[in-house]
Design a protein around this ligand. Structure first.
Ligand code: 5GP
Length: 302
């Protein structure tokens, strides 16, 4: 192109700034999709309503891989199945393609079925004070068919906690013995303090009986389970926001300032590891989060 035909310098700068802003907006939308802050159905709705929005200009390829548990291979198979070209943008889908994608999303989400070959062993982990315990308790209440593993711990019981129900409260010597005897499926020192571990026996028994098993454990434990049983389904419970997590932690009032600071440090590190998980569930409200986790356990058992 001859020099004289180029757009003026200012226009080119403005255009490139606009492109950068649009890319940023799409990246942030993809993050929201992958952390399930926004549903894929909602993004599709926005795209069709206005093809110039970040949703509308997002490529179908980017859209699909932002959905938890969809990788590149699966994405390509889905596009082929739906008859959608990978170069398409969401806002540019034809009427038939929109319908196909919508139907497919309704089948696949909110929970997204677990991958084939997943076991009934479901691990619920997430940063401290995100509400794992409350979600797990809700599941125990509504779904007695799912076995909730009772961990052993060296920490002292809190008021209202019962031995054998919330934890098996053991001393250091007993915990050492359990490790040495190979009785623990995984164990970890949590918040650099007390040890927590999952007794292996009850889990193997429940799995053998065809029941689903739910472990509510910390990140280190989740990694160990993944190593010893790669077919386990790992679910990461997310707070709606970091501020909310801090509020919940402070609001609980069961820990002193030093302990709270320690737990927040752990939580920051833990949040960074969510990508290792198969699914993310945002704990906006306990009943919904509990239902989503159960849906995953059922999907896993198929
Ligand atoms: P809390 O002391 O508040 O009951 O639990 C502290 C942390 O220990 C929580 O993040 C909880 O998920 C974790 N935890 C509880 N049981 C186990 C377990 O058996 N194994 C591991 N690795 N972590 C556990």
């Amino acid at each position: 192109m001859a020099e004289g035909q180029r757009p003026p310098e200012v226009d080119r700068i403005a255009a490139s700034q606009k492109a950068v802003a649009a890319r940023r907006a799409r990246a942030s939308l993809k993050r929201d999709l992958s952390t399930r802050v926004v549903s894929p159905q909602e993004v599709l709705r926005r795209a069709l309503e206005d093809p110039t929005t970040p949703s509308g200009t997002m490529r179908v390829t980017e859209f699909l891989t932002a959905i938890p548990a969809i990788g590149v291979g699966k994405r390509d198979r889905i596009l082929e199945e739906l008859g959608i070209s990978p170069v398409k943008r969401l806002g540019g889908l034809g009427a038939r393609q929109q319908r196909e994608l919508q139907t497919w999303l309704d089948w696949r989400v909110p929970q997204g079925r677990a991958r084939q070959g997943r076991s009934r062993l479901l691990v619920l982990a997430g940063p401290t004070a995100v509400g794992k315990g409350t979600v797990a308790a809700k599941i125990r209440e509504d779904h007695p068919d799912i076995m909730l593993s009772v961990s052993a711990t060296t920490r002292a019981p809190r008021p209202g906690e019962q031995d054998g129900v919330h934890y098996f409260f053991v001393d250091d010597a007993e915990f050492d013995r359990m490790i040495a005897a190979g009785e623990l499926l995984e164990w970890a020192t949590v918040h650099n303090r007390h040890r927590y571990g999952t007794p292996r026996g009850p889990i193997e028994k429940a799995l053998a009986e065809g029941r689903s098993v739910l472990l509510e454990i910390d990140l280190q434990g989740a990694r160990q389970v993944r190593e010893s049983d790669p077919s386990a389904t790992l679910v990461f419970l997310l707070p709606p926001s970091w501020d909310e997590l801090v509020n919940r932690l402070v609001g609980r009032g069961t820990e002193d300032a030093e302990e709270r600071a320690r737990r927040l440090r752990t939580a920051k590190t833990e949040l960074a590891f969510q990508n290792e998980f198969d699914f993310r569930v945002v704990n906006e409200d306990v009943a919904t989060a509990a239902r989503e986790v159960v849906d995953l356990s059922e999907a896993s058992a198929r």
